[in-house]
Ligand binder design. Structure first.
Ligand code: PLP
Length: 406
């Protein structure tokens, strides 16, 4: 089954081999059409107008929320909050939990695999609260150490915040096990689902996490939009993140009361056109079925893993048996180990052949430090990739290797 034709970027760039979906996915026509349709037929600010056009745009915004609720199997509509991106979702949580839930001396557990968004947002809290950040260690393949995780807990532990899939290694983490352990101790759990939600079915009720965040633009949807899922009973205990229009029930100079969920966390005019687009991306993915998305991804992964074996000077990072969608690697001189081809050279040479990959630290510097490399080359798949993309990539990589590594 080929999905490529659903994505107009490839008719405009017929030679493009796009292997950077972990950074952002390309958009299917249905999402592009949705934004044009909304802007040309239904556009008016939501919630504020007592006229048909505004009522229509409000109902389309709410429908998008319902689609997301269903897609990740959230129990209530109110549990889906629109943010700007996953980064904002994590910052919202760090900030509001710090206000309502954390006191000096409390401890947060994150993992060594985290994206900067799930590190720096907590470090910012340390500027005004004396909280401690503890880190779940990894082995050389990026596997988290569950025993070490258990030993990190103390009576000061308040939050566990961790990624579901590493954006550098593609490793899938058995987050359910970590959540279950934290739940026994009544600890708040946050899952960064950015690289998971686009790769396999998500069921937040089954995971039983308190919060789950992701970005629309990595899920074939528009940019400028993210989703924060939170359990209703936990969200209700938190103060709003930002103040402004829509998040209030009534305002006076003496006292302001807040709106109900989810609007309490959506101050100001939200990205409702983009939300409509994300709803269409979800329709598109649901028609394919997320299990089929996963199978397609694994077919590409297995082929890539097989063909990579043809290159003897490649070092692949992460757990090769537990990967989805992402392969990070370097080309190295096997003898000296450290003398690898600079990832930027690899990316530039591939770009000359219209092959797009990402290189660098992938916003996960502590992980790269642990892997003892300053950067990696990262290929990542999307629905539109085909076996021929992998073949073209490997054939060009072989030539680069021959050129640099004798
Ligand atoms: C695991 C993970 N978390 C968070 C982010 C941040 O996403 P955004 O830049 O869309 O906020 C990314 C983006 O690469 C990611 O891969």
């Amino acid at each position: 089954m080929s999905y490529k034709r659903d994505f107009p970027i490839f008719s405009n760039h017929p030679d493009l081999v796009y292997l950077d979906s972990a950074a952002s996915t390309q958009k299917p026509q249905i999402v592009i059409d949705a934004e044009i349709e909304f802007l040309s037929k239904h556009y008016a600010n939501i919630h504020r107008g007592l006229y048909k056009l505004s009522e229509k745009s409000t109902s389309l915004y709410d429908e998008a929320r319902e689609k997301i609720q269903k897609f990740i199997n959230a129990k209530y509509f109110e549990e889906i909050i629109f943010t700007r991106n996953a980064t904002e979702g994590l910052n919202l949580l760090a900030t509001t939990l710090a206000k309502d839930y954390l006191t000096d001396g409390d401890e947060i557990i994150i993992s060594n695999l985290e994206h900067h968004a799930n590190i720096v947002s907590w470090q910012l809290i340390q500027k005004f609260k004396k909280i401690k950040i503890k880190v779940i260690p990894i082995d050389e393949n990026g596997n988290l150490d569950f025993e070490a995780f258990k030993n990190l807990f103390s009576n000061k532990t308040k939050i566990v915040s961790m990624t579901y899939v590493s954006n550098v290694l593609g490793n899938i983490i058995d987050v359910k096990k970590y959540i279950a352990f934290a739940k026994q101790k009544n600890i708040i759990t946050i899952i960064d689902g950015c690289q998971a939600v686009n790769s396999f079915p998500i069921d937040v009720q089954d995971l039983d996490c308190d919060f789950f965040v992701f970005s629309s633009h990595k899920l074939y949807g528009p940019t400028g939009l993210g989703v924060l899922y939170g359990k209703k009973q936990v969200l209700e205990t938190l103060l709003p993140y930002q103040g402004g229009g829509d998040m209030i029930a009534s305002v006076s100079f003496e006292n302001t009361t807040f709106n109900v969920l989810p609007y309490k966390f959506e101050a100001g005019t939200p990205a409702f056109v983009q939300a409509y687009g994300l709803g269409k991306a979800i329709d598109y993915l649901s028609n394919i079925g997320m299990k089929n998305v996963f199978n397609h991804n694994q077919k590409l992964m297995n082929h890539a893993k097989d063909r990579i074996k043809e290159i003897d000077s490649i070092r692949v990072f992460g757990n090769v048996d537990k990967k989805v969608g992402i392969i990070s690697f370097i080309l190295e001189d096997k003898k000296s180990k450290t003398n690898f081809v600079h990832p930027h050279d690899v990316a530039s040479l591939l770009d000359e052949k219209n092959i797009a990959i990402r290189v660098g630290h992938h916003c996960a510097e502590p992980l790269l430090k642990c892997l003892k490399v300053p950067g990696t080359c990262r290929m990542s798949f999307g629905l539109y990739n085909e076996i021929s993309d992998i073949d073209k990539f490997i054939d060009e990589l072989k030539k680069i290797k021959e050129f640099f590594v004798k």
